[in-house]
Design a binder for this molecule. Structure first.
Ligand SMILES: [Zn+2]
Length: 265
């Protein structure tokens, strides 16, 4: 439920819609720029966190100049930088790509213990009521092990992501409490967001985090937020407007997402 005051103000702003529609407004994946623009090296400032935070309290993305992995959890943005340090980030921080939503759990599940990421994907996809909407995913739990990565800050002229990813830094931790946050997107989001799973990790002590590559789950609680709205902000910025977004970058995306070397485009 929305707090009454928030519901009232949203109703006024939306021209007096019913509360049900206001609630559905929270079930929107709000994103700035597109994944293919990021793959094309569009790492300049497309929005600030202050622009984005009204649209969600959980999410993932990256920072201007590809300066680390972005984790938005419970309304706070963290930078998981390539030096292994996690820092809370202020509202004026700029992002080239971010996807957020207001998390309201619609479905709660308990995964079998001992699952790795591949097993988790198969198990969770079987539990999705449809493959045609977006799901925000939150996993709070204890990880027997987890592998994740971050990417270092890039210099202009920015290289494509496949090239920048050659400098990615890998991290592994055992026996750690934390949260996975991110999204499952339908295949038709290709080119705009990441089809399938895209999860970032933040440890319970907020000292470790990054883009998730693999894990084994000891025990965890999984929550899904069924998300049927999609709001894509196409930046009126020269680098975005000049990017060639007609190419098929799915092969590069697949490699970059999995932390493997990617072919340059
Ligand atoms: Zn990521």
């Amino acid at each position: 439920m929305l707090p009454l005051l928030l519901a009232l103000s949203a109703t006024v702003q939306s021209g007096g819609r019913a509360e049900g529609q206001v609630e559905r407004g929270r079930d929107t994946l709000y994103q700035v720029s597109t994944i293919d623009a990021l793959l094309d090296g569009v790492y300049g400032p497309m929005a600030t966190l202050a622009d984005v935070l009204p649209h969600g309290d959980v999410g993932i993305g990256t920072f201007e100049a590809l300066d680390g992995e972005l984790i938005l959890l419970d309304g706070q943005v963290y930078q998981a930088a390539a030096d292994g340090v996690v820092r809370p980030m202020p509202p004026e921080t700029a992002t080239p790509f971010i996807a957020v939503t207001h998390f309201d759990a619609d479905q709660s599940l308990t995964p079998p213990a001992g699952q790795d990421f591949a097993g988790f994907k198969t198990w969770l996809e079987a539990a999705l009521p449809s493959r045609n909407i977006v799901y925000a995913i939150r996993v709070d739990g204890h990880f027997g092990s987890i592998r994740y990565r971050s990417v270092p800050r890039q210099q202009t002229p920015y290289p494509p992501l496949a090239e920048a990813a050659r400098e990615q830094v890998f991290f592994a931790r055992d026996d750690i409490e934390g949260t996975l946050i991110g999204f499952w997107c339908p295949s038709f989001t290709k080119g705009v967001n990441v089809p399938g799973f895209h999860l970032h990790f933040l440890s319970a002590d907020r000292r470790h985090g990054g883009h998730v590559l693999d894990f084994t789950l000891a025990e965890a609680a999984v929550q899904l937020d069924h998300t049927n709205g999609w709001d894509v902000q196409l930046p009126m910025q020269p680098a975005f407007l000049a990017s060639d977004l007609g190419a098929d970058r799915s092969e590069a995306l697949h490699a970059v997402e999995q932390g493997r070397p990617a072919p340059a485009d």
